[in-house]
Write a protein that binds this ligand. Structure first.
Ligand SMILES: Nc1ncnc2c1ncn2[C@@H]1O[C@H](COP(=O)(O)OP(=O)(O)OP(=O)(O)O)[C@@H](O)[C@H]1O
Ligand SMILES: [Mg+2]
Length: 571
């Protein structure tokens, strides 16, 4: 998941962490040193370092030396603060940089999912991965960096303590190790579960909102929204509960460590008092223990908190890793001329083992032909055109264009030749122009032309023209206008093959016949596949096929109105 450049930056960050840790330790020792020499001038002569500094400073009196030392320390603390802040900035910049990179990669991978894989993913799950999991994975990186930095700090302080009193330090190490191990053991399972629970309920919250948003109109007709609100509330309650547990457990180690520390400290003092009736001879050692303990506590606490955060967020790393393992559609742009025909041979298809949707379908679509598929609902018409567009791979059989098979290498070229109006149209919250252009190069002249051909331009003139907003999920326009905008969108790419899947079903007869006239009048080189239920829509087609129980049958146009299989279509 990390690029070589990221790994190098991570290494540099770790080195900076060591420097910051060393500075931390120096800062701690320096203040102790300053207090000791400032309160007892005599100690300057006893310490080699103080003696050396005194000579090097060129001061002639001890107060002057203390003043100089104090000023030097102030500058040292300012520099240390600057470096520490820079360290925090670089750490968060690194983590957020990965957030940006991974989000982009995941979004790009999402767009390259094969359609077959895409239909199995819910939008709530994808959003959860894009917005939740990437953020949480960066938390894990942050936590890892914090753990490394604090481990160095702890290491440096230990080195110093070992130098001062190794026996006491060993006892301290043992006590802290046992306590830390105990806390880790106590919390790890609960935090991992809380993390998984948080992910589960976050996805459920997003889904619950998405469901209500999509069915808003239907919900308006329902007398009671309590069951839907309850589902949403249960999901948010799950998120809240797991967050409560997470935050509580994140804060707990500090208090546990402190409490146990106090317990040991008081225990030692009481033991010495009762055993020897006087604690003065051990008080310096106990003070050292207390001081070291309180210097180590924040670092240990940060290590534990970061570790807990990692446990809480570790699901996110799994999610991202699994998502990045999903198959990617690698399609090429190898030349695929379409001058003669599309040939489908013995094509069979099933979504799963349970049901075969298409059986041994064979047909040839000459270039420029207007062809219609009719048949009852669920017969497999949309599936057949999805296969022709290369969105599904046939279970068996083949599709060739001018004799060249549709393969991943030619698929990019093939799809670029297709304009498609789907059965269920999704327009996003933007202007009509944005929806029609759909990220392609903007050409206003062409835009107006396709809007005119789709018979929507005049309607738009009474509103805001091509910049009329369509609203979220095209809520501000009528169903027929939505279809006409989708039609303009399909025409905008000037495709060689046009596929209309019930593209005019929401239009009145007059508008539909105007549009169909426009469609039939399109350049004779354009091949058109129309799926429709109304016979009036397809009667001008060159050939009409019906799909029945997965099999394709050619229908003579003369027999159209009498054929039992077209009964559905006439309704
Ligand atoms: N992604 C999918 N996974 C599994 N089954 C599917 C999937 N999409 C469609 N089906 C099933 O395949 C069959 C054919 O569906 P298809 O959408 O091709 O029918 P259709 O002829 O276009 O129907 P309609 O006229 O209602 O649009 C149906 O039984 C449908 O339930
Ligand atoms: Mg369909």
């Amino acid at each position: 998941m990390l690029q070589p450049r990221d790994k190098r930056n991570l290494g540099l960050l770790l080195i900076l962490s060591i420097i910051v840790s060393c500075l931390e330790t120096c800062a701690l020792s320096a203040v102790m040193f300053f207090i000791s020499v400032a309160t007892n001038f005599g100690s300057i002569g006893q310490s080699k370092l103080a003696q050396w500094l005194y000579t090097a400073s060129g001061c002639t009196t001890y107060p002057n030396f203390i003043l100089l030392l104090g000023i030097g320390l102030i500058f040292f603390y300012i520099a240390r603060a600057g470096i520490a802040i820079g360290h925090i900035y670089l750490m968060i910049r690194f983590a957020q940089g990965r957030y940006k990179d991974w989000s982009r990669k995941i979004f790009k991978d999402f767009l390259q999912l094969p359609y077959q894989a895409f239909v199995t993913k819910t939008s709530a799950k994808i959003s959860q991965i894009l917005f939740g999991a990437t953020g949480n994975t960066c938390q894990v990186i942050n936590s890892l960096l914090t753990i490394s930095a604090e481990t160095f700090t702890v290491g440096c302080i230990y080195f110093m303590l070992m130098y001062v009193n190794w026996k006491m330090t060993c006892v301290l190490t043992l006590l802290l190790a046992v306590k830390t191990g105990f806390i880790v053991k106590l919390f790890s399972q609960a935090l991992t579960k809380a993390g998984e629970k948080s992910r589960f309920f976050s996805t459920k919250t997003a889904k619950s909102h998405g469901d209500a948003h999509g069915n808003f109109k239907m919900l308006k007709l329902l007398p009671n929204h309590t069951p839907i609100i309850n589902v949403f509330e249960q999901a948010t309650e799950g998120v809240a509960q797991s967050n409560i547990l997470n935050v509580t457990l994140q804060g707990t180690p500090r208090f546990m460590l402190e409490t146990i520390g106090f317990f040991i400290l008081i225990g030692i003092i009481l033991y010495v008092i009762y055993r020897y009736n006087d604690a003065s001879n051990v008080i310096s050692t106990v003070s050292l223990y207390a001081l070291a303990f309180y210097r180590l506590l924040p670092s240990l606490n940060k290590i534990l908190a970061s570790y807990n955060q990692m446990l809480f967020s570790k699901y996110a790393v799994h999610d991202i890793y699994n998502f990045l393992q999903l198959p990617q559609e690698k399609i090429g742009e190898q030349p695929l001329p379409f001058n003669n025909n599309i040939t489908i041979q013995n094509l069979s298809f099933s979504y799963d083992q349970l049901k075969t949707i298409l059986t041994n379908v064979s047909l040839t679509i000459p270039k420029g032909q207007r062809i219609a598929f009719i048949g009852e609902s669920g017969a497999g018409k949309s599936t057949l055109v999805d296969i022709i567009m290369g969105l599904y791979t046939p279970t068996s059989g083949s599709i060739t264009v001018d004799g060249i098979p549709l393969t991943p290498e030619t698929m990019g070229t093939w799809r670029n030749k297709i304009g498609y109006v789907p059965q269920s149209i999704y327009l996003f919250d933007g202007t009509v122009a944005e929806n029609v252009v759909l990220g392609r190069p903007y050409d206003e002249h062409k835009l107006i032309d396709v809007l005119r051909r789709a018979r929507i331009y005049d309607d738009l003139l009474t509103k805001g023209g091509i910049h009329t907003r369509v609203g979220d999920m095209a809520i501000m326009i009528s169903g027929g206008q939505r279809q006409r905008i989708a039609l303009a969108r399909a025409l905008y790419g000037d495709p060689e093959l046009l596929v209309f899947d019930e593209a005019t079903s929401a239009l009145d007869h007059i508008t539909e016949s105007h549009i169909m006239k426009e469609i039939y009048a399109l350049d004779q080189h354009k091949t058109i596949i129309i799926i429709a239920h109304r016979l009036t829509t397809v009667e001008q087609c060159d050939v009409i096929y019906t799909l029945e129980k997965g099999a394709l049958q050619h229908i003579e146009k003369n027999n159209l109105k009498h054929s039992p299989s077209t009964h559905q279509a006439t309704l």
